[in-house]
Design a protein around this ligand. Structure first.
Ligand code: XMP
Length: 327
């Protein structure tokens, strides 16, 4: 796709037919741009990079290599799903990098939220650049930049990681097949490409992942508590049929303990905070009324299935004054 401005004549992609026409057009454009060259793509498993990977794979097959970095801060089952969908279904060249120890070692003892974010961001680029250096003959870098990223960067609202944030030593030409699409259009294209629903319609997930929900200095056991509790919260909200009515729903395990009682003995255990918010563009957020029956079911499952937790809370804070994430 050439140019960074969406033409007025471009139709909103909101049907299977329009998505298919876009896919066909992009396949031709990608082939024309890349020729017999090789493309590298950082595949997080998020909607944008997944749709980008699927499109590139349809266009150029094995000329595409995807790198999936597991930084240890992904949700339960995510790395496995990326390997299943892209390694098997789409049969792309997929390099899975287990960087869990590397990230968690760097983060050990670091409690300042911005420092945590910086470490995660820098480490990610380092790991990716190391993988790129091992490969021969790559001349293109695929990126799942979408139109709001371009608009926000142009407005100076935030320097989006997909726009101008590449390490300079990676001298690649960019291939950005979805850069003129809005999020709903990216999802529509993803569905037409045959990506699974839970990948295409998944809720926003921050780049630093569970790292901003395991507040303060991250420890492996608290991270595991968070991952297990998060899977229960998401699973129960989905099972209640509320998944497509709530913008984001997850939980936090703060760096706090409180007193409880188990088998007649005092405990000093963790707490899980349930967070569910509705929003249009994440600049403000409201709190949906989750049924008590559902909240109690989540509490009961967490108490039963997640060791080391003696308290479950529901965060009813709106944005402002709170932010959506706790860090
Ligand atoms: P806050 O917490 O600022 O979040 O109300 C607004 C939205 O942005 C997501 N978020 C992030 N996304 N990198 C990201 O890619 C980040 O560091 C980050 N922090 C927050 C958050 O999940 C919410 O959707």
């Amino acid at each position: 796709m050439s140019g960074n401005v969406r033409p007025d004549s471009m139709k909103r992609i909101n049907t299977k037919e329009l998505a298919q026409a876009f896919i066909d057009e992009q396949i031709a454009e990608i082939r024309a741009q890349v020729g017999s060259g090789k493309v590298l793509l950082a595949l997080s498993g998020g909607v944008d990079s997944s749709v980008c990977a699927a499109l590139l794979s349809k266009a150029i097959g094995k000329q595409l290599t995807c790198v999936h970095v597991n930084h240890g801060l992904l949700r339960k089952g995510e790395p496995e799903q990326v390997c299943e969908v892209f390694g098997k279904q789409f049969d792309v060249n997929l390099i899975y990098v287990d960087a869990v120890d590397r990230f968690l070692d760097k983060l050990a003892g670091v409690s300042d939220p911005e420092t945590k974010r910086k470490i995660i961001g820098k480490e990610f680029i380092d790991v990716f650049a190391e993988e790129a250096a091992k490969l021969d003959g790559i001349s293109f870098l695929g990126q799942g930049t979408i139109y709001p990223d371009i608009l926000e960067s142009a407005d100076g609202i935030k320097a989006h990681h997909n726009v101008g944030g590449l390490p300079k030593e990676l001298q690649f030409e960019l291939v950005e097949p979805v850069k003129l699409l809005f999020k709903d259009e990216v999802r529509c294209v993803g569905a037409a490409l045959g990506l699974p629903d839970n990948m295409v319609y998944r809720q926003p997930f921050p780049g630093p992942g569970l790292g901003v929900r395991c507040t303060g200095a991250i420890t492996r056991d608290r991270l595991e508590t968070l991952r297990e509790a998060d899977a229960i919260v998401r699973g129960e909200i989905d099972a209640a049929g509320l998944g497509d009515k709530i913008w984001q729903y997850f939980c936090i395990v703060p760096d706090l303990r409180s007193t409880g009682i188990k088998d007649g003995k005092r405990t000093d255990d963790r707490m899980v905070v349930i967070r569910a918010v509705n929003s249009i563009d994440a600049t403000s957020a409201t709190v949906p009324e989750l049924p008590y029956e559902l909240l109690f079911k989540i509490r009961d499952r967490i108490f039963k299935e997640v060791p080391g937790v003696n308290r479950v809370l529901y965060d009813i804070s709106t944005k402002p004054l709170a932010t959506i994430e706790w860090e």
